[in-house]
Design a protein around this ligand. Sequence first.
Ligand code: 8OZ
Length: 364
Amino acid sequence: MTEPNLFSPYDLGGIMLANRIVMAPLTRNRAGAGLVPSPLAAEYYGQRASAGLIIAEATQVSKQAQGYQDTPGLYTTEQIAGWRKVTEAVHAKGGRIFVQLWHVGRVSHGDLHGGEAPVAPSAIRAETKTFVNNGFAVVSEPRALELDEISGIVADFRTAAANAIDAGFDGVELHGANGYLLDQFLRETANVRTDAYGGSVENRARLLLEVAAAVAHEIGAERTGVRLSPVSPASGIVPASNEQPQFNYVVEKLDDLGIAYIHVVEGATAGPRDFAPFDFDALRARFRNSYIANNGYDLDLANARLAEGKADLFAFGRPSIANPDLVDRLKTGAPLAQPDIATLYGGGAEGYTDYPVATSATQG
Ligand code: 8OZ
C-alpha cells in the first residue's frame, strides 16, 4: 500500500474526512442582523466543501464574547437556524464542518457592550486594535473577571457547543489561540490573578481545561478540538518566557480528556513559522489523537510533515479564501489565487463567494 498523502482519507475519531486538507477558521465579518450568518455564508462554505474538514469562523458563545463588528454568534435561536443552513450546504456536498467557538476577552471595545468594559483575566489592556463602527479602534481597558463569573463563561461555551450540534455541526473547536480569552488566561503577561486561575502553570491552564472538559462532556470528546498558538503575538498577546512548559502541560491535560484534536498555529499567526523558538513536536508527542498543523504550509511541506508523522491534518487559511477548489488545485498543481485584502473583512459577495474555480473540468 502506498503511504498516505494529503489527498488520502482520514478517520478523525470516527468522522470520516475525504482528505487531510482543512479549511482554517477565518473571520470575515459578514454576519447579518442579530449576528446571524447570512445566506451568503451557506454559499461560501458550500463552495469549499471539498476540503476534508471545514472549521467555520470564530463564533461568539455569548454577547459578552464579541470583540469585532459583524462576527456571528451561536447563542440565539436565530443564529442556530442561520448556521443550520451552512451545515446543510456543506453536508449536501459531502463535506464535514466544525465551528470555532470563541470569547475575545479583552480584545474588544465598550461600544459593543453598551459602554461597559470588556472582561479579561486581569485589567491589562492589549496593545492592539479591533474593528467597530466601520473602522479600527484601540481596544478598551478591560476589567478583571470576578471569580464567581468564571463558571458562567464555562457554561456559555458548553451551551454554545450544544447549540452547534443542534445546528448540525460535526463538532466544535475551542479558540484557545491568537490572544483571545482562553489564551489570555494562559499567559503571565495577561493574567496576574492570584486566585485558582492564575499564578502557576496549572492555574493559568484551568479555564481552558474546564471549558474543554465541559464541552467534551456536553457533546463528546470525539467532537471537541482545541486551537493553540504558543508563540504567536496575535491580538497584542505577549508570549511569556515559559511557553514550553505551559503548553506541554496544557496538551498533556487535553490528552487526558481524550479530545479529537489539537490545532496548532506554528509560529506567528499568518506570519513567520520560525518567529520564536518552540518545540512543536513536543506537543505532538504528548497528544495521542489528531494533530492539525497550521501556518504557511504548502503541498510539499505538508506531505513531508505527514510522512514524518509530525501531523495528521493541515489547515490552510488564506489559500482557502481565494481558492474554493483548493483541494483540486493542490492535486493538479494549478496556481493558487491570492485573496484580495480589501474585501477580507465585511461587505457582501465580492471577495467572498465570487472567487472562481481553476477550470470547469475540475468542478465537483
Ligand atoms: C482576523 C480578524 C479578526 C479576528 C483570529 C479570530 O486571529 C481571529 C481574527 C482574525 O483568530
